[in-house]
Design a protein around this ligand. Structure first.
Ligand SMILES: C[S@@+](CC[C@H](N)C(=O)[O-])C[C@H]1O[C@@H](n2cnc3c(N)ncnc32)[C@H](O)[C@@H]1O
Ligand code: SF4
Length: 451
């Protein structure tokens, strides 16, 4: 067994992805809906406060058998129409409770899912026009992005997105190989991805992202090389290269393929390492854990300017005081609170119709949480963190002693730094800042594996 395989075997453990700290399973002190609204009001009262918005559209016409997102499978387009009404009620409810929202700068809006292009152009307009017309936006720095499924994205939809102000688009690609696609119940041609990419660019979209996944069933190195090659032909400004997260306890449908179909451990990681090498050679810059961007893209600029940020939407270059999530299961955050909406569509809908904030759960951050959140964020974005004092250094050296002797992290210049060799193990190293998890071990099946 070579050295790298030994490391993979040793560190391929269940660890969080750190899109938040504390991570969701460790949220404990849930705010009441009133406390949540109060927290938004507090931070929006600040001079020059700014905010971002996330809207979740849960619908998909068919289920991809690997999917770990919160989805609702239906071909009935009318459901999208009714859902838009509920989203607008939720928005109006916030407007009545947070009076300062329209006057504060909205820096970023992101539509995710599910599949946002499940909505017709007319529904999209009836959702976004009243919202955006009511917001303060500086067009020179506004970022509006949308996730689309290229199998079902029309020119008419793309035109509507541009008309509404979208300047970024993210396409679910996953893999270009037909055999892999069949196994994940997601057959989509290269031509459909090419067409959406090209039309988006022709219409003035400045940044196209592709979501790719490594570790899919029957995804061999030879097949994946072709997927990378085809991706490079279209040269998206950004690429998210996700590790397939096997979380069957959340989505039993993932078990439609067999365990033995999945590349694991070293074989799986080799797919990422291959793509990483080729993408970097083609001029892409690696962003944090699993993202790549061309140097002109704002994500790459954020790395250089040390302004990269990470939240529930992944890596982003915009920071704001409040992230407000609308829609079923959406997560919001302020500097001292997390908040998640009901995950069951009917419950979410009922609460909104009763003019309630549709709280499922959340977390009021303690001073300790705020301190460690900063450390986790810094490590996940900059790959290094300042060590504050002697005792912290001692703790790091003792907690990470194996990773240090394996050459995966180093302690030098009063900083903890991830080495190049340690890159695949960033989540394992980040555990040192996860006070909550260190105080109380998670249940065996809480997180997906690190590789
Ligand atoms: C909401 S979907 C993207 C938009 C649209 N629904 C589509 O699939 O084209 C978000 C992305 O999450 C990623 N994803 C979903 N389930 C995953 C899993 N189990 N492991 C890794 N990535 C996953 C996929 O790359 C997917 O494109
Ligand atoms: S990958 Fe996208 S289209 Fe497929 S089920 Fe998940 S959210 Fe829906």
């Amino acid at each position: 067994m070579d050295n790298f395989t030994k490391l993979l075997n040793k560190y391929d453990l269940q660890v969080p992805r750190y899109t938040s700290y504390p991570t969701v399973p460790y949220w404990s002190d849930s705010p009441t809906p009133d406390e949540w609204v109060q927290s938004i009001n507090t931070y929006m009262a600040k001079d020059k406060a700014s905010w971002s918005m996330y809207i979740h559209i849960p619908f998909c016409e068919t289920l991809c058998s690997f999917c770990g997102c919160n989805t609702s499978i239906t071909r009935n387009k009318e459901r999208g129409v009714g859902y838009v009404d509920v989203l607008l009620s939720e928005w109006n409810n916030y407007l009545s409770k947070v009076k300062s929202l329209p006057s504060k700068q909205l820096k970023q809006i992101h539509l995710g899912g599910g599949t946002p292009n499940f909505l017709s152009p007319a529904s999209m307009e009836s959702l976004l026009k009243p919202i955006l017309d009511n917001c303060t936006i500086d067009k020179s720095e506004f970022e509006a992005s949308i996730e689309v499924d290229p199998r079902r994205c029309t020119d008419e939809q793309l035109k509507k997105y541009v008309e509404l102000g979208f300047n970024r688009i993210s396409l679910g690609v996953q893999d270009f190989n037909i055999e892999v696609q069949k196994l994940i119940n997601r057959v989509q041609s290269y031509e459909s991805v090419e067409k959406v990419t090209q039309t988006s660019r022709d219409l003035g979209i400045t940044s196209v992202n592709f979501d790719l996944i490594y570790g899919l069933p029957k995804q061999t190195m030879d097949l994946f090389k072709k997927t990378v090659e085809q991706t490079l032909k279209l040269k998206p400004e950004r690429i998210a290269l996700y590790s397939l997260a096997i979380v069957p306890w959340i989505k039993p449908s993932q078990r439609l393929f067999k365990d033995e179909d999945l590349p694991m451990g070293a074989e799986k990681r080799a797919l990422y390492e291959y793509a990483r090498k080729v993408l970097i050679a083609e001029g892409y810059i690696e962003i944090g854990m699993d993202h790549f961007a061309l140097p002109e893209d704002s994500l790459a600029e954020a790395i250089q300017n040390h302004t990269l940020h990470r939240n529930f939407m992944g890596y982003t270059c915009k920071t704001s005081d409040v992230l407000l999530g609308l829609g079923v299961s959406s997560i919001s955050e302020t500097p001292d609170m997390f908040h998640q909406n009901e995950k069951v569509l009917t419950l979410y809908q009922e609460k909104v119709e009763q003019k309630q904030v549709p709280t499922l759960r959340g977390h009021k951050l303690t001073q300790d949480d705020i301190y460690y959140r900063k450390k986790v964020l810094q490590f996940m974005t900059e790959l290094e963190v300042v060590i504050d004092d002697e005792s912290q250094e001692q703790d790091i050296v003792s907690f990470l002693n194996e990773m240090i002797s394996d050459g995966l992290v180093v302690v030098e210049d009063k900083k903890l730094k991830l080495t190049d060799k340690g890159h695949p193990f960033i989540r394992n190293a980040c555990l040192v800042w996860d006070k909550r998890l260190r105080d109380k071990k998670p249940d065996a099946k809480t997180f997906s594996k690190s590789i």
